[in-house]
Write a protein that binds this ligand. Structure first.
Ligand code: ARG
Ligand code: ZN
Length: 853
């Protein structure tokens, strides 16, 4: 059943209020709901309440037993008046809820996940985001098993009952869509804090976890306070309730959820201490805590009219969390990381069968659209508007948006109109970013006649065809650019922002007395692919002299990419320019360690593959390893210097210390790649002496890639040390699944039979199956066994948790990019999935689109 954006209709009935009563128990929970419903317009039909697997035990209207019927899973109640109270009772079984949508059990506690359509698994309700309701929630449960009872909003009252039971009542004064409903019941400890808003409201903060994890919550609590202050300062947004609670659970389908006043998190985005969390984990925690907190305004106070508008809250909120994180450390390195993530996840999506615009036109299962396109490309689209408006007008535009749409369910169009009005800019053509899928390509070529004073830049754009969108219009592409002199490194004029809106355009630069070098798409000002005719020498020059750190990084990446692609296509390639550029970067004292570590890393095998008409995974692996070896060997002295210089006396979490650790492990990787005889010993020493997880996991990764006798020892030590810590065991699984060794596929098949492997926990499933399927060479083993393994796991997982299963399918959809033999094997697995009886609609949609799209 396909849902289309153009079919949107306002709801027939509104639900201004609901009273929910839960009799909580893991085996059987009884849900009693009283909905105050109001007719919306005169041609409203009967009241239709969504359900998913629910059977009504009783339906009453205005206190009397009512007529009703079921239309599939939907409860239909004929009503004649303008306002009624509709009362339903259902029973649900949280401990048998393996989908982890609705009310479910995790680690002995009970929690909820309702976005997008999980509330209908709890009670009958119009489960759509444009129905805004005031919630009163009463929970009753066994006091020993569930001493803590939390829901949205503010606590109202609580008390004890007979038979060891107790109750609590919560009230949320802000009308909200049902996807923001949450409750938690469990045996939880709390790390409390307070935050005073700038208008003087004292907010009680709480991070709730199991007792044993309490010591790992400080970083999340600090990140929350920092986020609250940041949103006041940067966007003028204040918090609006007296409490803000976060609960961490181990079984969670995604990262976290912004339920009003009661965020629920995957524990991997809360728990951290130096012994178990890497620097990346620390950063991700701060980023996700900020993201969910920022949703209070961009998502909750203003929500989405329908799920086609998802990017309205997600794209904007990702942009907000990216800006927040950029402010906490090196903005340049944060930008590099964000672009790398975009290229790793979103560009392939945009270039494959699952391509969709950031505001899709149709879907079968909305869960399949929580994608890198909606989130990350969505954030890039907001960023482009911010760039074009400039900081002051952008702030005026977001102020206008927040004040005009507060308390409503809005659309992407509403947001863009605020940008236009406050920004005094016409965004008619820019709106194509909301409707056209595909990554635009820009070719740039610069000409300069010798002896003249003028350079001419020719820009051409094209937007590739995507499924269902064969013909594209030219888009508005904001490109920051600058020209440099190769002779003395100076710039010809300041940076310019060019808006490329035609298919082709020419820009003249005056006062350019020699052939300049082009620096383009600086800061990655537009999420596009740039093709230039710049030589290896030009790129090497920019990698050493560009004054935009992103452009500098980019020039180096392009140089490395060109070098590897030449190797794959022609069998041989000249490593010298890359080696020289890396040496320059390593030796540049003005650069900080974090930047250096990013700049000297080779583009991933997947990324190289994404640039080729036909991916040759074995050749790419061989060529990339050869370049790594050469870099390691030729620059061994510099790597050792960097390795020693980034040694720390004591553990700190400052940006500088994190950068040093990153450079240290990157250097270790190169020393090892170069074949230094003491490399494995060095890695093992780092592994054993580490006083933090970044160093330890970094060393383990290096060892797991190699074949020294230290490899098995280190994996065993790591396993035994952390066998009771699920989040660290996930690292143990993924490190092995990502290994570049020849036997990785065998290892992964074995790990799937390991006693600690389970598909029931999404983090664990992703740590092995998800990690393996992005290991390009291992997954694309010519035998096709990698494909079969993935399909087997997906089919098994689909029975438990369709949402998480469907999210892991896309690697099979890359079949068009491989040789006929591999493509046929991949297709065969997709066909096998589609032919499986009882397939979920999540998996059906993903497999079908992957095959046909
Ligand atoms: N809104 C949540 C967030 O962005 C994610 C919810 C994911 N839901 C889903 N059905 N995939 O943080
Ligand atoms: Zn979000």
């Amino acid at each position: 059943h396909v849902i289309r954006r153009e079919d949107y209709r306002a709801p027939d009935w509104m639900v201004p209020e609901i009273a929910l009563d839960f009799d909580l128990d893991a085996a059987v929970t009884t849900v009693h709901a009283v909905l105050k419903v109001e007719r919306n317009g005169s041609d409203a039909g009967p009241l239709r309440l969504d359900g998913d697997g629910l059977t009504p035990e009783s339906v009453r209207v205005d206190g009397r037993e009512a007529e009703y019927h079921m239309d599939g899973d939907t409860l239909v109640v004929p009503l004649d008046g303008a306002m009624h109270h509709v009362e339903t009772v259902v029973r649900i079984a949280p401990e048998r809820n393996t989908q982890l949508m609705g009310l479910y059990a995790s680690g002995g506690n009970l929690c909820t996940q309702c976005e997008a359509e999980g509330f209908r698994r709890i009670t009958f309700f119009p489960d759509r985001p444009d129905v805004l309701t005031r919630y009163r929630v009463r929970m009753e449960a066994d006091k020993t098993r569930y001493p803590v009872l939390l829901s949205n909003g503010d606590p109202v009252a609580s008390g004890d009952l007979d038979h060891g039971r107790h109750w609590a009542e919560w009230n949320d004064p802000f009308p909200k869509p049902c996807y923001l409903f949450a409750l938690v019941a469990g045996d939880l400890a709390v790390n409390r804090g307070t935050f005073t808003t700038r208008s003087g409201r004292e907010v009680q903060l709480g991070i709730w976890v199991r007792e044993k994890d309490l010591a790992k919550t400080e970083h999340a609590l600090e990140a929350l306070k920092t986020s609250m202050a940041w949103d006041e300062r940067v966007y003028g947004r204040e918090y609006d309730l007296d409490v803000f609670n976060i609960v961490a659970v181990d079984d969670f389908n995604f990262g976290a959820m912004e339920n009003k006043g009661l965020n629920i998190f995957n524990s991997r985005y809360i728990l951290a201490d130096p012994d178990t969390a890497t620097d990346q984990d620390y950063d991700a925690i701060a980023g996700v805590v900020a993201h969910e907190y920022f949703h209070n305004w961009s998502g909750n106070r203003i929500t989405c009219r329908d799920w086609f508008q998802l990017s309205l809250k997600e794209g904007f909120t990702v942009f907000r969390d990216q800006s927040f994180s950029a402010d906490q450390g090196s903005a340049a390195v944060k930008r590099i990381e964000d672009v790398r993530a975009l290229r790793a996840a979103q560009f392939p999506e945009d270039a494959g069968p699952l391509a969709h615009p950031i505001r899709p036109d149709s879907f079968i299962e909305i869960s399949n659209f929580y994608t890198a396109t909606i989130y990350n490309k969505g954030a890039e689209v907001i960023r482009m508007m911010a760039t074009m408006l400039g900081p002051q007008k952008f702030r005026a535009a977001t102020d206008l948006y927040f004040s005009r749409f507060d308390g409503t369910a809005a659309t992407c169009e509403d947001f863009v109109r605020c940008m236009e009005e406050a920004g005094e800019i016409d965004l008619s053509q820019f709106r194509l970013w909301y409707s056209q899928a595909g990554t635009p390509r820009v070719t740039a070529s610069l000409s300069h006649e010798q002896g003249s004073d003028r350079a001419l830049l020719t820009l051409r754009q094209s937007v590739p065809a995507t499924p269902g969108q064969p013909d594209k219009q030219p888009m508005v592409l904001p490109l920051k650019l600058k020209l440099f002199s190769e002779t003395d490194g100076s710039a010809f004029g300041p940076e310019q922002l060019v808006l490329l809106s035609d298919l082709e355009s020419e820009i003249a630069f005056e006062g350019v007395s020699e052939r300049p070098v082009l620096s383009i798409n600086r800061g990655f000002s537009a999420p596009v692919v740039i093709e230039t005719d710049r030589s290896a020498a030009d790129l090497a020059f920019l990698s050493a002299h560009d004054d935009d750190p992103f452009a500098r990084y980019e020039a180096m990446q392009q140089l490395m990419l060109d070098t590897m692609i030449a190797g794959v296509l022609h069998g041989r390639t000249d490593h010298a320019p890359v080696i020289e550029a890396v040496a320059n970067t390593l030796g540049d004292e003005r650069l900080d360690a974090a930047f250096i570590a990013e700049a000297v890393l080779l583009p991933s095998e997947n990324f190289v593959g994404d640039q080729m008409a036909t991916v040759d995974p074995d050749a790419i692996h061989r060529v990339r390893e050869a370049l790594r070896r050469d870099l390691g060997r030729s620059l061994e002295g510099l790597w050792r210097q960097a390795y020693e210089a980034s040694r720390a006396d004591r553990f700190e979490l400052t940006p500088a210390a994190k950068g040093a650790r990153r450079l240290r492990t990157v250097s270790l990787g190169y020393i090892n790649a170069g074949g230094a005889p003491d490399a494995a010993g060095l890695a093992f020493l780092q592994f054993e002496q580490a006083d933090n997880m970044s160093d330890r996991q970094g060393a383990l990764g290096v060892l797991a890639n190699g074949s020294s006798d230290k490899r098995v020892a280190a994996l065993d030590i790591f396993y035994n040390r952390y066998s009771d810590n699920g989040l660290v065991l996930d690292k143990w699984f993924s490190t092995q699944a990502l290994s570049g060794r020849d036997d990785t596929l065998d290892q992964v098949e074995q790990l799937a039979r390991h006693k600690d492997f389970t598909l029931a926990n999404p983090n664990r499933a992703r740590s092995l199956v998800g990690a393996f399927s992005v290991n390009q060479r291992a997954f694309h083993d010519a035998s096709g066994r990698g494909y079969r393994f993935l399909a087997d796991q997906l089919l098994a997982l689909d029975k438990l948790n369709p949402q998480t299963a469907a999210k892991l399918l896309p690697p099979l959809g890359r079949w068009r990019r491989f040789d006929a033999d591999r493509a046929e094997k991949m297709r065969a697995e997709l066909e096998r999935i589609l032919a499986t009886p009882g397939l979920s609609k999540d998996m059906f949609e993903q497999a079908e689109r992957s095959l046909k799209g």
